[in-house]
Design a protein around this ligand. Structure first.
Ligand code: ZN
Length: 360
């Protein structure tokens, strides 16, 4: 996209670089992590090349965090790495990251009440729901920095100074549930942004999630609520993709939230046209919901080159998605979710933001 200058403010916290996953454990095998600090660095560089102004995130207290997350989860994330470091795990068995190994699933508890384990290596499975999402020194600071970026972007939009703002959140957030973390996510940045927009007077808010994976955390946080619509287009979990258990088309909300949740699972190999039809459909849902503000969970891992998903979306497709969402004409906060192909990551984010700036 030659000669373009992005006008959307980019909010960023240097603290987001402090989380270094140092690998993950997948099907029992330690593998190299893909949610690395370099992701954020290439995105910042591409946005600056496109002329965007980078604004440092302001600091916020934890109030909005505990509106969307259980305070116990927040406490765990804040303290578990220090507790782990005080144990002997770094020496025996030689693991300096918090990794769970046993989980209090229904299969284990068999109807008995959950008792929080004494050992930190037991308690880890109470909050982490997978073995890929390790906590180390700096994880809390980075996750908190991502939340601050999202909240700063909300303020830029809610004040009326900007129609759209982008928060370069890392680690991402849409897999973080009310009381658990997984999928390389710890705190749910998009949910925090939506909640903050609600608090600032928007009676109805929509979250549109275009990451390649279903945002099970965001869905769970708002599943019983009518005030926040969640719509997601993602690779079909029934085709064998994370988060496997959640993200199906028949999950449409519950109780007061009935009808305010929309999932569009897509087949492996889905190209631009079908994906964009899905984006248009969930955007229609947001309009029908009566939302007056929009949060975009901007994952770019649906891209053709991305190692983490089989969807086949091009730069042009991402730009067109941005254009479609711009036609809603709503104050918009975009938060970074996934995207793991370092050579193309920055261009995909630039393309989407360029689309979001169009037709205003
Ligand atoms: Zn993803």
């Amino acid at each position: 996209m030659p000669n373009m200058t992005l006008k959307t403010p980019v909010v960023w916290s240097d603290a987001c670089l402090l989380h270094v996953p140092k690998g993950e454990v997948w099907v029992g095998v330690p593998i190299e992590g893909t949610e690395v600090p370099a992701r954020a660095e290439v995105i910042v560089a591409a946005l600056q090349d496109a002329g965007a102004v980078v604004t440092p995130a302001s600091g916020y207290d934890d109030t909005v965090l505990t509106d969307v997350h259980d305070p116990e989860l927040v406490d765990w994330l804040r303290t578990c790495s220090d507790e782990w470091q005080r144990g002997s795990y770094s020496v025996d068995p030689g693991q300096d990251r918090v990794v769970p190994y046993v989980f209090p699933t229904a299969a284990l508890l068999c109807g008995l009440p959950l008792r929080s384990p004494t050992a930190v290596h037991g308690r880890a499975g109470q909050y982490a729901y997978d073995t890929m999402t390790l906590v180390g020194p700096g994880t809390w600071e980075a996750a908190r920095g991502a939340v601050d970026a999202a909240l700063t972007a909300v303020d830029l939009v809610a004040s009326g100074r900007h129609e759209t703002a982008y928060a370069l959140c890392r680690p991402p957030g849409h897999h973080a549930t009310p009381n658990g973390y997984g999928g390389s996510c710890y705190l749910n940045n998009a949910a925090v942004a939506a909640q903050a927009l609600r608090t600032k007077g928007h009676e109805r808010v929509a979250i549109i999630d275009i990451d390649a994976h279903h945002g099970n955390g965001t869905q769970a946080i708002f599943y019983d609520r009518s005030d926040v619509y969640y719509g997601s287009v993602h690779v079909d979990p029934a085709a064998g993709w994370f988060p496997h258990y959640v993200g199906h088309a028949d999950e449409t909300g519950r109780g007061d939230g009935a009808g305010a949740n929309r999932n569009i699972p897509l087949a492996e190999g889905t190209p631009d046209d079908d994906w964009l039809a899905g984006v248009a459909s969930i955007a229609e849902g947001a309009k029908a919901h009566g939302a007056t503000a929009l949060v975009v969970s901007l994952g770019v891992d649906a891209a053709i080159n991305d190692p983490e998903s089989p969807l086949q979306i091009t730069d042009r497709g991402y730009q067109a998605a941005g254009e479609q969402l711009a036609t809603l004409g709503l104050p918009t906060v975009a938060v970074q979710e996934g995207g793991y192909h370092l050579p193309s990551l920055g261009g995909l984010v630039v393309a989407t933001l360029a689309g979001l700036e169009s037709r205003r």
